[in-house]
Design a protein around this ligand. Structure first.
Ligand code: HEC
Length: 262
C-alpha cells in the first residue's frame, strides 16, 4: 500500500506540469502578433494626471469626419457627445444637421430620411458589412468606436499605423490593393494610406501635417473609447489623497494611544 501512495500524488502533479508546459509552448502563438513594436509619440492624456486636449479632440473629430468616415463607422458616437469635446449646442446641432438618418415608420408605414439631431448616432458609411467589404477589396474596415481599446499598444499602435506606411522591401510582393505597413500584423494592410499632407483644412488654422492629423485623430478615438478617463483619474487622485491623510492620522492616533506603554 505505502509503495503506491506516491504514484497517486505524482500523476496529478505531472498532469498539471504538462498542462503548464503546453500553455507555455502555446504562448508565442497567442502573443500580440508580428507587427513592428509601436512608436511612443507621447500624448497629453497619458500618465496619472493626463487630460484630453480639447483642441486636439475637435481637430481629431474633423479628421475622422473628413477622412476616416468614408470607410469606418463610429456607431457608439452620438452627436450629443460633441458637447463633451468642447462644441457648444449650436455648433453640435449644425454638425448633426449635415448628416441624414433613417427614421420612421411614418403614418403610411414608410421609413424616411431626415437631418440628424443631437440624440442621433453617427450614421455608418455602408449599409452592412458585405457592402463595406465589397467597397474595400474584400476587407472589412472595423468600427472605430472602441478600436484603441481593442488593439495591443492602444493609442501608440493606432498612431504608428497611421504614420507607418512605407515602400515595401524588395523581397516583399504586395497582394492586389494592399499597402505595406510594418506596424500591421503581416505588414500588408487593405487600408490605403489615409493621411496625406494637408489632407484636411483645419477649422482652427493648424497646419495639417500627417503627424498632426494622426495625433489628433488618435486622441479623438481614444476619447471615443474611454470618455470617462478624466473623471476616473480625478477620482483616483482624490482617493489617494484621502488614503495618505488617513495613514498620517492613524499613525498619530497610534502614537498617542501607545505613548504611556513601555
Ligand atoms: C478607403 C477606406 C479607408 C479609409 C479612408 C480609412 N480606412 Fe482604416 N481601414 C480600412 C480597411 C479596409 C481596413 C481593414 C484592413 C485590413 O483588414 O487589412 C482598415 C483598418 C483600420 C484599422 C485597424 C487596423 C487593425 O489593427 O486591424 C484602424 C485602426 C484604422 N483602419 C484607422 C483608420 C483611421 C483613423 C482612418 C482615418 C484617418 C482610416 N482608418 C481611414 C479602410 C479605410
Amino acid at each position: 500500500m505505502t509503495g503506491r501512495c506516491p504514484t497517486i500524488f505524482v500523476r496529478p502533479v505531472l498532469a498539471v506540469v504538462a498542462a503548464c508546459l503546453a500553455l507555455l509552448a502555446a504562448g508565442p502563438l497567442m502573443a500580440a502578433g508580428d507587427g513592428r513594436a509601436p512608436k511612443s509619440p507621447g500624448f497629453s492624456f497619458q500618465g496619472p494626471f493626463g487630460t484630453y486636449d480639447r483642441a486636439e479632440l475637435q481637430r481629431g473629430f474633423q479628421v475622422y469626419q473628413e477622412v476616416c468616415a468614408t470607410c469606418h463607422a463610429l456607431k457608439y458616437f452620438a452627436f450629443r457627445n460633441l458637447r463633451s469635446i468642447g462644441f457648444d449646442e449650436m455648433q453640435a446641432k449644425a454638425i448633426a444637421a449635415q448628416y441624414e438618418v433613417t427614421d420612421g415608420p411614418d403614418e403610411e408605414g414608410e421609413m424616411f430620411e431626415r437631418p440628424a439631431v443631437l440624440a442621433d448616432y453617427m450614421p455608418a458609411p455602408f449599409a452592412n458589412d458585405n457592402a463595406a467589404r465589397a467597397a474595400n477589396n474584400g476587407s472589412l474596415p472595423p468600427d472605430l468606436s472602441l478600436i484603441v481599446k481593442a488593439r495591443a499598444g492602444g493609442e501608440d499602435y493606432v498612431f504608428s499605423l497611421l504614420t507607418g506606411y512605407e515602400d515595401p522591401p524588395a523581397d516583399v510582393e504586395l497582394g492586389e490593393g494592399m499597402s505595406y505597413n510594418p506596424y500591421y500584423d503581416g505588414s500588408q494592410i487593405a487600408m490605403p494610406p489615409p493621411l496625406v499632407e494637408d489632407g484636411v483644412e483645419y477649422a482652427d488654422g493648424t497646419k495639417a501635417s500627417v503627424e498632426r492629423m494622426a495625433r489628433d485623430v488618435t486622441t479623438f478615438l481614444t476619447w471615443a473609447a474611454e470618455p470617462e478617463m478624466e473623471a476616473r483619474k480625478r477620482m483616483g487622485i482624490k482617493v489617494m489623497t484621502f488614503l495618505v491623510l488617513l495613514t498620517v492620522l492613524l499613525y498619530m492616533v497610534k502614537r498617542k494611544v501607545w505613548r504611556d506603554v513601555h
